[in-house]
Design a protein around this ligand. Structure first.
Ligand code: ADP
Ligand code: MG
Length: 606
């Protein structure tokens, strides 16, 4: 008995759609790419209900003739590829001719299109789950508009897989932003349920980035530029202090196409090594121009990975161009201008030959800017010195070292061997949030707020993994003015929030907080709640771990202000606790916790 059937075009399109169209954002991506390929100078995207009800994309590109319009929904219908040679010269985004066929097979689609040659009327085509239902002349603007309604209406299983509107819309926004960042020569708008999310005019890259990420991002951008025979690289990296705990703003483009590349990502991270704290990510917007024959984009229709023929060279070019840029903009001081960050050099090590410390410090980081951190060229072989630095892990032994040094100092004081040099009556001086201590090479200054943030953060992160954080029930529920989106995002992360000590209810659209994490004082909770709401409703939704980090950071931020140290004993245990933290050099927000003001620096003051 023969059992093999040929699948109908409709079914095979639906199967293809499973690969190409995973969610509304995939439709947005494909339609945006088509509009770009059509040479549009202005592209408008209107979304309803995170793309579930409608995705409408209007462009002023080439448009399609009546004949092209009627076959564009057929599988493998493309104007971009004629023979196999073309595959290696592709300058367009699409070439498979699958997107429109796939989209039409799982939605209701209306296409209106008119070319420049058609003066009066264009073509209107309607497709219903892959079947053409209308094909007629119509009045329309030059260019193409495609509306995709009721996505997955005939594939209910797919529909139920869709996440919350917040999550789906954030996917859409991400896809949109990738295309918008790749094409600064095109103007774009994005609306969601009638609200304007983005409206950007053609302009240069700096302008485009600030249009998308806010005017504040402007001052954080460090330009990179490199021209070689293999590749041309340009774009921006974020200054180290703008590094984030989540991998939000990291973009590679090759020939105006967004791509991901863990190997190149590594090059960027390497360039930032020791300039930013562990687990934080620099932002970057890096554009490669390369001969199309030297890259392979033809791996998978939806994959964003790309193979490079000369990846290794590009890696080194990228690494050095970022390092240069950071150096040029005085973010990574060159080797002669190391800033000393040690506590001290134990006497026993004094006879060893000094080696150059590997520390790289951003002078702009200095929270004690009034001292005007000057660069010094002191070198030392001391491990504490090398490790007590920025971005590098250091073990708590260093602190023991510190005490050892202290002991030595004490001894020398009592013996009066070096009386003036190291004489100090009180070990510590507490001035507002700053704790000052006399160390051999100068004055060690600890920012107690940031230190407290680090300790609390580590403690909460550790505890949070195994059990809920301690909560305090409020005597009276606290009413907060949150809008519907914000309330939804609290609801979406309800269990995580409970784990952190927050419980709440929503009655008659009023949000009421019932308990808070125990470490927060009720009267200070406002800024914490604001921070949490902002994180929860940000469109670039982090995963659970990142979300926990963001939430705990928000809690920590509000709780740290309450730090008060009263006695020398308290100060010492505070310091001990700080140095038992793995990353005691940086607060959870990537800012330095301590600095040493060296004798040399003091000397320059007088
Ligand atoms: P591909 O982009 O891979 O060629 P698609 O299915 O996305 O395949 O599109 C099929 C064809 O329809 C394209 O090759 C192009 O000729 C035409 N087309 C699609 N969208 C547009 C548009 N916005 N403007 C003009 N032509 C378009
Ligand atoms: Mg396409």
């Amino acid at each position: 008995m023969d059992i093999i059937n040929l699948l109908s075009e409709k079914i095979s399109n639906q199967i293809a759609a499973g690969e190409v169209i995973q969610r509304p954002a995939s439709v947005v991506k494909e339609l945006l790419e088509n509009a770009v390929d059509a040479g549009a100078t202005s592209i408008r995207v209107h979304i309803k209900d995170a793309g579930r009800s409608s995705i409408l994309i209007q462009d002023d590109g080439s448009g399609m003739s009546a004949k092209d319009a009627s076959i564009c929904f057929t599988r493998h219908a493309t104007s971009k590829l004629k023979d196999v040679e073309d595959l290696f010269k592709l300058k367009t985004k699409g070439f498979r001719g699958e997107a429109l066929a796939s989209i039409a097979s799982i939605a209701h689609v209306t296409l209106k299109t008119r070319t420049n040659q058609q003066t009066d009327t264009g073509t209107l085509i309607e497709m219903n789950g892959g079947t053409p239902t209308r094909n007629e002349e119509c009045i329309c603007d030059k260019g193409t508009s495609i509306e995709v309604k009721n996505i997955f209406f005939n594939v209910p299983a797919r529909r139920t897989f869709l996440k919350s509107d917040t999550a789906e819309f954030s996917h859409i926004r991400n896809e949109f932003e990738r295309v918008v960042l790749a094409h600064t020569e095109i103007g774009f708008t994005l609306t969601h349920n009638g609200n304007e999310i983005h409206n950007v005019n053609p302009g240069n890259l700096r302008k485009r980035i600030t249009d998308i990420f806010g005017i504040k991002s402007n001052e954080k951008l460090v330009p990179i530029e490199e021209k070689t025979d293999i590749v041309t690289i340009h774009g921006f990296v974020g200054k180290p202090e703008s590094a984030k705990k989540s991998r939000g703003e990291q973009y590679f483009f090759v020939n105006q196409r967004f791509f991901k590349h863990s190997y190149f990502h590594h090059a960027v991270s390497k360039a930032f090594e020791q300039l930013i704290s562990q687990n934080s990510y620099p932002s970057y917007f890096i554009y490669f121009e390369i001969d199309t024959e030297k890259i392979d984009v033809n791996i998978h229709p939806t994959k964003t990975e790309i193979n490079f023929e000369e990846g290794k060279f590009i890696y080194s070019i990228l690494l050095s161009s970022i390092k240069q840029a950071l150096g040029k903009y005085n973010i990574a001081p060159s080797i002669d201008f190391e800033l000393e960050t040690s506590f001290d050099v134990p006497l026993s090590h004094k006879t060893e030959i000094p080696v150059e410390p590997e520390i790289k410090v951003d002078p702009n980081y200095n929270p004690f800017s009034k001292f005007g951190a000057k660069k010094s060229s002191i070198t030392s072989s001391n491990k504490a010195l090398n490790n007590q630095g920025f971005g590098k892990k250091s073990d708590s032994k260093e602190w023991e070292n510190f005490y050892a040094i202290r002991e030595e100092n004490k001894e020398s004081q009592t013996k009066l061997i070096e009386p003036e040099e190291n004489y100090s009556k009180n070990k510590y001086l507490l001035k507002d949030r700053y704790l000052l201590s006399n160390v051999k090479s100068g004055i060690l200054i600890i920012d107690t707020y940031r230190a407290k943030q680090r300790m609390l953060y580590d403690e909460m992160m550790q505890q949070f993994v195994t059990q809920p954080l301690a909560a305090q029930k409020l005597m009276f529920p606290l009413e907060l003015a949150l809008d519907q989106n914000e309330m939804d995002s609290w609801m979406d992360s309800n269990s995580l929030l409970m784990q952190l000590g927050f419980t709440f209810k929503i009655e008659n659209k009023v949000f009421q907080l019932e308990s808070l994490p125990a470490c927060i004082i009720e009267k200070d909770c406002k800024s914490c709640i604001d921070g949490i709401t902002k994180t929860l409703s940000s469109t670039q939704k982090p995963d659970k771990g990142e979300l926990a980090h963001e939430l705990i950071s928000a809690i920590v931020y509000s709780a740290s202000k309450a730090t008060k140290l009263h006695s020398e004993q308290e100060i010492e245990s505070f310091i001990n606790l700080l140095f038992s933290c793995e990353d005691h050099s940086f607060c959870p927000f990537g800012k330095p916790i301590m600095q040493t003001l060296t004798i040399e620096e003091l000397t320059t003051k007088f």
